[in-house]
Write a protein of this length. Structure first.
Lengths: 330, 275
C-alpha cells in the first residue's frame, strides 16, 4: 500500500502490544475459568479430573438462594439509585454552565477518598448506639405497616421473593449493622454518582423548551416530566441502570464489611471458595453464573437500543415523507 | 417552577448523603480513642480532640509502619500501572481508530468487555491464570492485574479524543516529508496528550483505589493500602490514622487539582491575550 498511515505493517506494530496483553490476561483467564467449572475438586485444594460434578453440586447447597439474593439486592439498589438520580440530573441540567460544573465536580469529589475508607466510615456510623439505628427501626416499622395494607397475594409474593420479612419488628434483634438494609444503603451511596452522570449527560442535551410546550398545551408538571422528559433521556437511564446494576451484582467489599453473616452475596461466596476453602471449581462456576447475570442485561440493553434506533429512524423517515408530500401538494 | 424546586431539594439531600462519610473521615482523624472510636469516655465525658494520629504519620511511628509501607506500595504500583497502561491504551486506541477490519473488531471486544465486567470476575480469572501457571502471587501479579484493567479505561479515553482528531494533519506531515515516527511523536502525540493524561489520571485513581482485584492476586503478605485497610478494620487500635491519612490525601489531591486549574486557567488567559 502507498499510504504509510494505513499499511498492514503499521497495523501490526500498533495492535500487537495491547492485543496480546488483553488476550493473555483477560481472554485466556476467562477460558480457564470456564474450563475449571467442568472439573471436580479434590480434598487437598487442587483441581481434579474432568467431570460435571461441580455443576451438579451447584444446585444442591445454598447457592440458588445466594444468587437470588444478589439479584434481588442489586435490583433494589438500582431502583433506589435511579429514583434519586433522576431529579438530581434534572436539577443539574437546568442550572447555568457555571453551577453545572461546580455541582458535577462536587458529586465526583468523594471519589478522591479511598473506597474502603468511605465504606469503613459508614461502618462507624452504623454502630448500634448511633442515630442511624433509630432511623433503621423507624424504617422497619413503616415498612411493616405499609406491608400490612397490601392485598394478600402481593404479601405472599413479596415474602416468597424475599423482599419482606414476616412477623413484627423486634428492636432487640434488629441492628442496622450486619443487615441487608446497610448493604443496600451503602451500595446506593457508592453507585449513585455513576447513575447521576449518564442521566445528567443525556439531560444536558435535552431540549427543555419541549417541557414548556407541553405545559402550554395543558400538561401538568409531573405529567410533562413523565411523558416528555423521561422518554427524552431514556438512553441515559438505560446506561445508568447498567452502571449501577453491574457493580451491584459484582459487589464484594460492601457486603463483606457491612452485611455480616446475614447478607452473603455471590461475590463473597466466590472469594470464600477461591481463597479460604481452595475450592477452585466451585469459585469458577459461581463466577460463570455472575458473568451470565451481567451479560444478559447488557445484551437486552443492546437489543433495545437497536430497536429504538430503528424505530426513531422509521418515524423520522415517515415524517420527512409526509412533509415532502405536503410540500409537493402546495 | 415547582418541579424544579423539588428536584433541587432532592439534589441537596443527595449531596449531603454523599458528603456525610467524608466529613466523618475528617472528624475521626482527631478521635482520641482508637478502639471505641468515640469522643466520649465510659462516663460520657467529652475527651477532646487529638492530633496524635497525624503525628504518627509524620514521624513514621512503628505502630502504623505497615500502613505507611502499604501506602508506598500502592503509590508504586499505581505509578507503574499508569505508565504501562498509558502506553498500551494509547496504541490500542490508535489501532482501533485507524483500522476497521476483522482483527480490530476482536481487538475492540478485548478492550471493551473488561469495562463492563465486575472487578471480582477480573480478579478471580487472573487468579485462575496464576494458579494454572503455578505462579507465586505478589508484587508482579498485582502490577499485571492493575495494568490489565487500566488499559481499557485509557484506551476509551484516548479513543474519545481521537474522535475529534483531524487525520489530515498527519497526512500533511507526511506530505511535508515526515516519516511515520516523526509524524507520530511531533504531530499526533502532542494533540492526543490531553486525552492520554486524562486516561492516565483515571488509571492512577482506579489502581490506587482497587481492593477487589488486588485481594485476589496479592498472595500472602503483600498488601496495598486498600487491602491493608480492609484487613485493619477487623481488629486494630490505629484506625484513626487511616482517617488522618485519607484526609491528608484528599487535601493534597484537592490542592493539586486547584493548582493545575489555576495554571491551566492562566495559560488560557495569556493565550487569549496573545490571540
Amino acid at each position: 500500500m502507498n499510504n504509510p498511515l494505513r499499511s498492514k505493517k503499521a497495523e501490526w506494530v500498533v495492535t500487537t502490544p495491547s492485543f496480546l496483553w488483553l488476550a493473555f490476561f483477560f481472554a485466556v483467564p476467562a477460558v480457564i475459568v470456564l474450563a475449571f467449572t467442568f472439573h471436580g475438586h479434590d480434598a487437598s485444594g487442587g483441581v481434579g479430573d474432568w467431570s460435571l460434578s461441580t455443576w451438579r453440586e451447584l444446585v444442591d447447597p445454598d447457592y440458588p438462594a445466594i444468587v437470588w439474593n444478589t439479584l434481588r439486592i442489586s435490583f433494589e439498589v438500582t431502583v433506589w439509585s435511579i429514583l434519586l438520580a433522576l431529579p438530581c440530573a434534572y436539577a443539574i441540567a437546568r442550572m447555568n454552565a457555571r453551577w453545572r460544573g461546580i455541582v458535577a465536580g462536587a458529586i465526583m469529589l468523594p471519589f478522591w477518598t479511598s473506597f474502603v475508607v468511605r465504606v469503613f466510615a459508614w461502618k462507624t456510623m452504623l454502630h448500634p448506639d448511633g442515630w442511624l439505628q433509630a432511623c433503621y427501626l423507624g424504617w422497619l416499622n413503616v415498612r411493616a405497616w405499609l406491608f400490612g395494607w397490601l392485598p394478600g397475594f402481593l404479601q405472599e409474593f413479596l415474602l416468597w421473593a424475599g423482599f419482606a420479612a414476616p412477623g413484627a419488628v423486634d428492636p432487640a434483634s434488629s441492628t442496622i449493622l450486619d443487615s441487608e438494609t446497610a448493604v443496600v444503603l451503602v451500595s446506593v451511596y457508592s453507585f449513585l454518582p455513576f447513575a447521576i452522570m449518564p442521566i445528567y449527560s443525556a439531560a444536558e442535551k435535552f431540549d427543555f423548551s419541549l417541557l414548556e410546550a407541553a405545559r402550554d398545551l395543558g400538561a401538568k408538571n409531573f405529567y410533562a416530566f413523565r411523558r416528555i422528559f423521561i422518554p427524552g433521556i431514556r438512553q441515559g437511564i438505560v446506561s445508568a441502570i447498567l452502571m449501577v446494576f453491574i457493580p451491584a451484582v459484582g459487589s464484594y467489599v460492601i457486603p463483606q464489611m457491612l452485611g455480616g453473616t446475614n447478607c452473603v452475596l455471590i461475590g463473597n461466596k466466590i472469594f470464600m471458595r477461591a481463597i479460604q476453602n481452595r475450592n477452585i471449581p466451585h469459585a469458577s462456576a459461581l463466577a460463570t453464573l455472575m458473568a451470565v447475570a451481567v451479560l444478559v442485561p447488557i445484551g437486552i440493553a443492546m437489543l433495545w437500543k437497536r430497536r429504538q434506533d430503528a424505530r426513531d429512524k422509521r418515524r423520522l423517515d415517515e415524517q420527512t415523507a409526509k412533509l415532502a408530500v405536503g410540500g409537493g401538494g402546495r | 417552577m415547582k418541579r424544579s424546586f423539588v428536584s433541587v431539594v432532592v439534589l441537596g439531600l443527595v449531596l449531603a448523603f454523599l458528603y456525610v462519610p467524608i466529613v466523618l473521615v475528617f472528624v475521626y482523624g482527631f478521635v482520641p480513642n482508637g478502639v471505641s472510636m468515640s469522643f466520649f469516655d465510659a462516663q460520657g465525658n467529652f475527651t477532646g480532640f487529638t492530633t496524635k494520629w497525624y503525628n504518627h504519620i509524620f514521624t513514621g511511628n512503628f505502630a502504623i509502619r505497615d500502613l505507611l509501607s502499604s501506602f508506598w506500595l500502592s503509590l508504586t504500583i499505581a505509578g507503574l500501572a499508569t505508565l504501562v497502561s498509558s502506553v498500551l491504551g494509547t496504541t490500542a486506541a490508535l489501532a482501533l481508530h485507524r483500522w476497521k477490519d476483522r482483527i480490530q473488531s476482536i481487538h475492540y471486544g478485548l478492550v471493551y468487555v473488561p469495562l463492563v465486567m465486575p472487578d471480582i470476575l477480573i480478579g478471580i480469572s487472573l487468579l485462575m491464570l496464576f494458579v494454572a501457571m503455578k505462579v507465586e502471587c505478589g508484587f508482579w501479579t498485582i502490577l499485571i492485574a492493575h495494568v490489565t484493567f487500566c488499559v481499557s479505561y485509557v484506551a476509551m479515553t484516548v479513543l474519545a479524543r481521537l474522535a475529534d482528531f483531524d487525520d489530515r494533519i498527519v497526512e500533511a506531515a507526511y506530505d511535508l516529508g515526515a516519516g511515520p515516527w516523526t509524524a507520530f511523536f511531533k504531530v499526533e502525540l502532542p494533540v492526543l496528550m490531553p486525552g492520554i493524561i486524562a486516561g492516565g489520571l483515571l488509571a492512577f485513581t482506579l489502581s490506587i483505589d482497587d481492593v477487589v482485584i488486588t485481594s485476589f492476586v496479592n498472595g500472602a503478605g503483600t498488601n496495598t493500602f486498600p487491602t491493608y485497610v480492609s484487613s485493619m478494620t477487623k481488629h486494630s487500635r490505629n484506625l484513626p490514622s487511616v482517617f488522618a491519612l485519607s484526609t491528608l490525601m484528599l487535601v493534597f489531591t484537592c490542592a493539586l487539582t486547584g493548582i493545575s486549574k489555576l495554571i491551566g486557567g492562566r495559560t488560557q488567559v495569556t493565550r487569549r491575550k496573545r490571540g
